[in-house]
Structures are given as structure tokens and as C-alpha cells.
Design a protein around this ligand. Sequence first.
Ligand SMILES: NC(=O)C1=CN([C@@H]2O[C@H](COP(=O)(O)OP(=O)(O)OC[C@H]3O[C@@H](n4cnc5c(N)ncnc54)[C@H](OP(=O)(O)O)[C@@H]3O)[C@@H](O)[C@H]2O)C=CC1
Ligand SMILES: O=C(CO)COP(=O)(O)O
Length: 320
Amino acid sequence: MKTAVIGAGSFGTAISQILADNSEEVYLFARRPEVVESINRDHENRAYHPGVKLKGNIKAVHMERKDLIEESDYIFMAVPSGNLREITRSMRDALKNKKMISCIKGIEHPSLKPMSMVMKEETGSETVFSISGPNFADELIRGMTSGITIGAPASYHDEITELLRSAGVLLDYSENIQGVEFCGILKNVYAVAMGILDGQITGENHRYAILTICFREMIRILDRMGCGELYDKFCGFGDFLLTASTDKSRNRTLGLMLGKKMRLSEDSTITIESLRSIKAIRELTDDLELPVLELVHRTMDDPENVNIHIRDFQKAIAVY
Ligand SMILES: NC(=O)C1=CN([C@@H]2O[C@H](COP(=O)(O)OP(=O)(O)OC[C@H]3O[C@@H](n4cnc5c(N)ncnc54)[C@H](OP(=O)(O)O)[C@@H]3O)[C@@H](O)[C@H]2O)C=CC1
Ligand SMILES: O=C(CO)COP(=O)(O)O
């Protein structure tokens, strides 16, 4: 089996390390020639995972190498959601009959489409699946125990399991491909909320009460989307709690900054999916009373008045 990973960043490199255990070759598609050279020369992606030795059958390739897509059995997409459509479109002919797996925890705006739908639209492929879970790339790449939910028809579960079989990887399964994606999209927004509120939280009882309110709101949205069976999957509770509670999370860190009335610099290139997904999630749920989502949206728009937004949030949950 040969696999391809589009996006040689944090997660693309990490999932390549997992795939390398079960693939004859892993083609890791990088945008920058210097990244291709450094990975192939030193077996290290210094930009994203300095000091981590990559397995010998991971081959970095340029984005133009569509012929290597043809050779691959599965294509994993690990670019930021904002770049996916253009990339998929540029590879459309090579991708059209391929089995593809989205690793992306973002949603398109204003179309409100999850990534698997974007990939289907651009390629016409009917075999587009998803994975998501509590998967910090820096731990995954080191073989540290991680949980991954596979979102695919049951007939593909065994094949994808074989691809991801690796020391430390725990798997669970769902046939709700887009539900698995929405878990990853939503948990990022609630991680921002916990970051915003972190400065206000006094004590562990308080923290876990607020986490419960966040999770309760997230599963109200999941219910609305027909994803109720995903609460207890790695992509559900696991990734929610990991990202909302861990400072390593970029989305939670954004919340911590906003809670201190700081704005992200305009020219930041850090991948923070909630920045793009918050609008889409609000439009998808505009008929629901969601005080946590409201807090995130208002604070992202106007961090200077975060204290007012938090006060209004606290009033809203008092009667929650
Ligand atoms: N990091 C993590 O722990 C996890 C991330 N994810 C998800 O994976 C997705 C990717 O995130 P992550 O890997 O963290 O992001 P990074 O910012 O670490 O990497 C993004 C990668 O995409 C590449 N890229 C961006 N635009 C293009 C383009 N137009 N053409 C080709 N390549 C492009 C970047 O290239 P360049 O280096 O040249 O900028 C970079 O290699 C996100 O949706 C994220 O939520 C999921 C689980 C865990
Ligand atoms: O999705 C992730 C962990 O599962 C990574 O989270 P951040 O994008 O918030 O860093």
C-alpha cells in the first residue's frame, strides 16, 4: 500500500510517521522546496518537528507531483481548511477516483461545508472519509498513545485500521463521516471559550462546572446535526477535553490571549481553525440559545470588552 499526505506541517508530518509503519512508501507533499530537500536529506522536518527522526520510507515531494497521487492508494489531507479547496481543485484529475481521508478540523465559510464535502465536490470522488481525535501532532509523531476516530463506511474500517495500526494508536469507529468532522470543528471553538474564561476561573470545582457547560452546549449542537452517537468517541469527549484543557492547544491559546484583551497579529500564519469556523458554526445554530458560543463570537469580535462579554455569559449560565 502506498499513501500520500497533502500538507507537510505539524499534523501531516505526524500522520506520515504513523502511516510509514504500514505503507510501502509515504509521499509527503510540501509546498516549499526547502522543506522537501530538508526532509529527504536529513529525515527531519525542522520547521515543524525539530529533532524528530522521520522514518526512512517517508518521501517529501513537491505539490506538482500529481503522478505520485495516482500511485497512492489513500490520500490524507492535512492542510488548513482555508487552503483545501484550491489545493483539491489543483489536483482534481489525480484525485477523482482516489480514497481520501480528511484530517482537517475546519469548515468552509460561507458554504458551511465540512472538508469531506469540499473534497467530494472538487473531485467527484465518493470515497472521502475523515479521522479526528485527541491528537496533538508532537505526541502522535513520537508514538505516544493517541486516540483516533475513523469516520468511514464500515466496509472500509478494516482497511483504514491497517493503515493506522501503530504502537500507541487507539482506534474507534463511526460511519458518520461528517459527524466526526463536526466534532473536530466544534471542540476548537469550546477550547477558545475555556481559554477566555481561564482567567476568571477560581478553583477546580468551578473549572469542571464550566467544562460541563461547554461540553453540554457542544453536544446540543452535535444532537442538532444528528451526531449524538459521537459524544463518547475519541473525536468527541476526548478531543473536547484535551483541547479545552491543554495550553499546547492553539485554539485554547487564542482564548487565553483574548481573555487578556490581546488580539492575534494580522500577519500571523499560525493555523487556528476556530478563527474561520466560528462564523459558520453560529450560522448553523442561529436559532439556538448558546451562551458559550456567544461569548466566543463576541470576544473574537471585540476583545477589548471581554469583561462585559464574560459578565453577560455568567448571567446567562446562571439560569442555564
Ligand atoms: N497540529 C495538530 O496537533 C493537529 C492538527 N490537526 C488539523 O490538521 C490541519 C492542519 O493543521 P496543522 O498541520 O496543525 O497546521 P500547520 O500550520 O502545522 O501546517 C499547515 C501545512 O499546510 C501547508 N499549506 C498551507 N497552505 C498550503 C497550500 N496552499 N498548498 C500546500 N500546502 C499548504 C503549510 O505549508 P507551509 O509549511 O509552506 O506553510 C504547512 O505545511 C488543521 O485543520 C488542524 O486542525 C488535527 C489534529 C491535530
Ligand atoms: O486538534 C488538535 C488536538 O487534537 C490540535 O489542537 P489545536 O489546533 O488547538 O492546536
